[in-house]
Design a protein around this ligand. Structure first.
Ligand code: PLP
Length: 387
C-alpha cells in the first residue's frame, strides 16, 4: 500500500535528540548526557496522594480548563511565590508545558505569521509553529553575549508579519538567564511593535545563586500581551505525568482552552491531582534538587573549561551546558557521533537547536557526579586524540 503521509508532517524529520538517544542504545557502558529530564523519581508523597485521589474517584474527565482545585492551587502559588495576582480565568491546565505551547500557537497563529525566537532554541518550537503555516525566525545569540538576544538584533528581524516574540529563560539548551534590564528592553520593544510574547518558563525553579526569577509578564503593560508557559516536569521531577499550565490574558487563555477541549478534552485527572500535591508539599525537597544541579553544573563547567578547544558560558540555571567547539570543528553532528562511537558519551549536537547551534553540543547534567567526572575524562581523551 502507498504510504500517504501528510507532506507537512513529513517535511520535518524526527528530532536529533531522539535520534541520538536511539543510537546510544546500540552501545554498552554509555554515559547518557542527552535527555533533559531530572534523574530523580517523583517524591513518593506526591505519588501516594495522587493514588489516594484516584482510588477515591478522581478518574473522570475534568473541565477542559483543568481541575478547579488545581487552578485554585496554581493561583495561590503564583500569588505567594511570584507575587502575581492571577485569577482562574487567566489559567488553563495542559498536557505538560508542551501541551500549553501547542494550544498557544494554535490559538494565535494564522498562516504567514512570524515568530521571533532567540537562537539556539528548544527544538519542538519549529514544528509546532511551521505545521500551522507560521514561520520561525531565529535571532542568533552568541556565547560572548551570554546567549542573550541584543535589542537591535531583535528589532532588525521584525517585519509586518511578526506577531509573536518567544522567550525562554532559564534557557534550554544554554542555561542562560536573562537580566531584569534586558527583559525591560525586550518588553519595551514588544509594546512598541505591538508583539505578543510567549514566555516559556518551565525552568523557572531551576535558578542558581538564589536568584529571583524575572518574567516579562510582570513588566508594565505586558500582562495583556504575555502568556507564560509552566510545567511540573522539571521543577517537581514529574516528566512522565504530563501536566503543565499556561497563564495570561483571558482573551488568549479562552481560545487555548477551546483548543484543549477539542484536541485532548483535558489533562490527565490523576496527574492533575498529583500536581495539586506537588504545589502543597515542602519546597525543601526541590530546593535540594536545584542545589545538586548547581553543584554539578559548576563541577562540569570547571572540568570542561580545562580542555583545550572547548569554550563555555557559565549557566545561571537549568541542568544544561552548551560547550562551544568551533575551534575544533563546526560539524558538531559528526563530533557527537564520533564521541559516542569512540568514548561512549552521548551528547546532543548543537544544530538540533537551530542553525547557529553548529559548533556547539548540549549536555544534560542528569547523572551523579562520579559519572559526570568520567564523562569529562572521556571527552578530554576524545578531543586530545582526534582534534
Ligand atoms: N519548554 C522547554 C524549553 C523544554 O526544555 C521542555 C522540555 O524539555 C518543554 C518546554 C516541555 O516540557 P514538558 O512538556 O515536559 O512540560
Amino acid at each position: 500500500m502507498e504510504h500517504r503521509i501528510s507532506s507537512t508532517v513529513e517535511s520535518i524529520p524526527f528530532s536529533i535528540i531522539r535520534e541520538m538517544s536511539l543510537k546510544a542504545l546500540e552501545y554498552e557502558n554509555v554515559i547518557p548526557l542527552g535527555i533533559g529530564e531530572p534523574d530523580f523519581n517523583t517524591p513518593k508523597i506526591i505519588c501516594k496522594s495522587a493514588l489516594a485521589d484516584a482510588l477515591a474517584g478522581a478518574t473522570h474527565y475534568t473541565p477542559s480548563k483543568g481541575d478547579p482545585d488545581l487552578i485554585e492551587a496554581i493561583c495561590d502559588h503564583l500569588s505567594i511565590n511570584r507575587n502575581q495576582k492571577v485569577t482562574p480565568e487567566n489559567v488553563v491546565v495542559t498536557g505538560g508545558g508542551m501541551g500549553a505551547l501547542v494550544a498557544y500557537f494554535r490559538s494565535v497563529l494564522s498562516p504567514g505569521d512570524e515568530v521571533l525566537v532567540p537562537e539556539p532554541y528548544f527544538p519542538a518550537y519549529k514544528p509546532q509553529i511551521e505545521w500551522l503555516g507560521g514561520k520561525i525566525v531565529g535571532v542568533p545569540c552568541s556565547l560572548e553575549k551570554g546567549f542573550i538576544p541584543q535589542a537591535d538584533d531583535i528589532v532588525n528581524c521584525i517585519t509586518p508579519q511578526t506577531k509573536v516574540l518567544l522567550l525562554n529563560y532559564p534557557n534550554n539548551p544554554t542555561g542562560a538567564v536573562i537580566s531584569a534590564s534586558d527583559l525591560d528592553l525586550l518588553s519595551q520593544i514588544a509594546i512598541r511593535y505591538d508583539l505578543l510574547v510567549i514566555s516559556d518558563e518551565v525552568y523557572d525553579k531551576l535558578l542558581f545563586l538564589n536568584k529571583p526569577h524575572e518574567s516579562p509578564f510582570s513588566r508594565p503593560g505586558m500582562a495583556e500581551r504575555t502568556v507564560v508557559i509552566q510545567s511540573f516536569s522539571k521543577s517537581h521531577a514529574m516528566t512522565g505525568w504530563r501536566v503543565g499550565y499556561a497563564f495570561g490574558p483571558q482573551w488568549i487563555i479562552d481560545p487555548m482552552t477551546k483548543v484543549v477541549s477539542y484536541f485532548t478534552s483535558c489533562a490527565s485527572s490523576v496527574s492533575q491531582r498529583a500536581a495539586i500535591s506537588a504545589l502543597h508539599i515542602d519546597t525543601q525537597l526541590f530546593e535540594n534538587m536545584v542545589a545538586l544541579f548547581e553543584r554539578r553544573s559548576r563541577f562540569v563547567y570547571e572540568g570542561l573549561s580545562q580542555i583545550p578547544g572547548i569554550l563555555l558560558h557559565k549557566p545561571d540555571g537549568t541542568f544544561y551546558l552548551f560547550p562551544d567547539i568551533h575551534t575544533l570543528t563546526t560539524d558538531s553532528y559528526k563530533f557527537a557521533l564520533e564521541l559516542l562511537d569512540k568514548e561512549q558519551v552521548a551528547v546532543v549536537p548543537g544544530e538540533a537547536f537551530g542553525p547557529c547551534g553548529k559548533g556547539f553540543f548540549r549536555i544534560a547534567l542528569t547523572l551523579p557526579e562520579n559519572l559526570l567526572g568520567l564523562a569529562i575524562e572521556r571527552i578530554e581523551r576524545f578531543v586530545r586524540t582526534h582534534y
